[in-house]
Unconditional design. Structure first.
Length: 93
């Protein structure tokens, strides 16, 4: 039996749904995640984690490494989202 998981980024309310991505996993399967670099604050860490999850998802779907295809994040936090995305896409899982 498969289970749907929805990843949502911390964005303004007007973009709340635009920042969500749904993926399907098998129960018991490991969910990939990454610890944030220690120099990040709480908001920066959330954007990093969101980017990481989408990077893992894109690579798993055979897509190129291009965080720019995802929108809905605050441009102030783009460097953290991009860093997480690149780390997630480059990870083994």
């Amino acid at each position: 039996m498969k289970k749907s998981i929805v990843f949502c980024g911390l964005t303004t309310l007007s973009f709340a749904l635009a920042g969500c991505v749904e993926t399907t996993t098998t129960p018991g399967a490991a969910v990939s995640s990454s610890a944030c670099p220690s120099n990040l604050g709480a908001n920066e860490c959330e954007y990093y984690r969101d980017g990481y999850a989408l990077g893992v998802q894109d690579r798993g779907m055979g897509m190129s490494m291009a965080y720019e295809r995802h929108d809905g994040y605050d441009s102030t936090f783009e460097p953290y989202f991009a860093s997480g995305y690149n780390a997630g896409w480059s990870s083994s899982g």
